[in-house]
Write a protein that binds this ligand. Structure first.
Ligand code: ZN
Length: 370
């Protein structure tokens, strides 16, 4: 999860949250034809936290259903509270909001709402994160979390044509024991999972803390990915660890890799895909004299970039179309680069090659007809 980048970016982006009626708004775009091309394009998404898609309206609906009182007069007041000034204030609101997720139908509604939104933007395939440790500690059963999400995945595929899979994320700032307990509780449902990931606060929680978890997940047939958030302490060390030691299948964010030609070469040799979320982690700052555009730099380095929305409910309700449009404009992506990113999005899928090929064929047909 992008919490640190998110907070770091707030100074520059508070206006997003301050604008009235911003939720669901269309990103500013100077080329309407290109925006229309993006909106119509068959797409994928690999870096979206289901709890980060919990919109204020749904929080109120679930709170009502579960007999909870929320400390906000209405949706507008809740959205107005999405202005954070430091990590504790962000986490307090983020985790507090998550508490409305209590029962199987809550997880169903959350996942179905995201999938419906994604399908409306021509996302045809998504791999979604969830953070079970946050729910287990409130007494929610793993069966209710995975059961509700899986049921929503089935309905969304049948009714809306969007295919999806689920990735269990370890919350890295909780204990290693807590993460292992979550994995053990999830393994009876491993047929409904495609992989495990690693998110939340990286400081003091390096990836090797989860070496045993990743090994156990792999032994159970699951894929492995890990967040390497932008501009974290020891970020290049941690990127090296996930690439060469833990040997992840994918990296979430990972933009600082452009500062190390050696690591770039390793990632390219291993064919690693990066799930980049430029909404709030769009620039590198810490070790560069001038800000570096992450997407531009990664594309120029020849890395395999995909683009996702991360925690859209907390990021101005910008889902993948708006994020892509913003990325094209800010990073000055050419049409060919945009299409390459879309192709990466299907080649990165944790699906059989025949399924990848079928989705790529849909993209190629769209591009040819456009
Ligand atoms: Zn994330």
């Amino acid at each position: 999860m992008d919490r640190r980048d998110f907070i770091r970016g707030l100074a520059a982006t508070t206006a997003i949250f301050a604008l009235p009626g911003r939720g669901g708004a269309v990103a500013p775009v100077s080329d309407p034809a290109l925006a229309a091309f993006i909106r119509g394009m068959p797409k994928s998404e690999y870096h979206v936290h289901l709890e980060g898609t919990l919109e204020a309206e749904m929080k109120f609906a679930l709170a009502k259903r579960n007999g909870m009182n929320l400390p906000f007069a209405d949706v507008a007041a809740m959205k107005a509270s999405y202005i954070y000034h430091d990590l504790p204030s962000f986490l307090a609101i983020y985790y507090d909001g998550m508490k409305v997720l209590q029962k199987e139908p809550d997880f169903y509604d959350l996942a179905y709402a995201y999938l419906a939104k994604a399908a409306s933007q021509n996302v045809i395939y998504a791999e979604m994160f969830f953070d079970p440790q946050e729910h287990l500690k409130r007494g929610v059963a793993m069966a209710d979390m995975i059961g509700g999400i899986t049921r929503a995945r089935g309905d969304a595929e049948a009714k809306l044509g969007i295919r999806s899979q689920l990735i269990l994320c370890f919350v890295r700032d909780h204990s290693a024991q807590s993460a292992m307990a979550a994995l053990d509780a999830a393994l009876p449902f491993k047929a409904d999972l495609v992989g495990v990931g690693l998110d939340s606060d990286e400081a003091g929680n390096p990836p090797e803390k989860f070496r045993e978890h990743f090994a156990k997940a792999r032994a159970n047939g699951l894929k492995v990915t890990a967040h390497c958030d932008v501009d974290q302490t020891d970020t290049l060390r941690n990127i090296r660890t996930v690439l060469t030691d833990l040997k992840v299948d994918r990296i979430d964010h990972g933009g600082n890799i452009v500062q190390s030609p050696e690591l770039v070469a390793i990632a390219k040799a291993r064919g690693i895909y990066f799930t980049v979320c430029p909404t709030f982690s769009g620039t590198l700052r810490r070790t560069e004299k001038v800000p570096v555009d992450v997407v531009r730099a990664m594309m120029d380095a020849g890395l395999k970039v995909t683009i996702s929305s991360d925690d859209p409910a907390y990021m101005g309700s910008e889902y993948v179309d708006d994020v892509l449009i913003r990325a094209v404009e800010r990073s000055q992506l050419t049409r060919a680069e945009l299409i390459a990113i879309a192709r990466n999005g299907f080649e990165a899928a944790w699906l059989p090659e025949t399924d990848q090929s079928a989705m790529l064929a849909r993209l190629d047909a769209y591009v040819k007809a456009a």
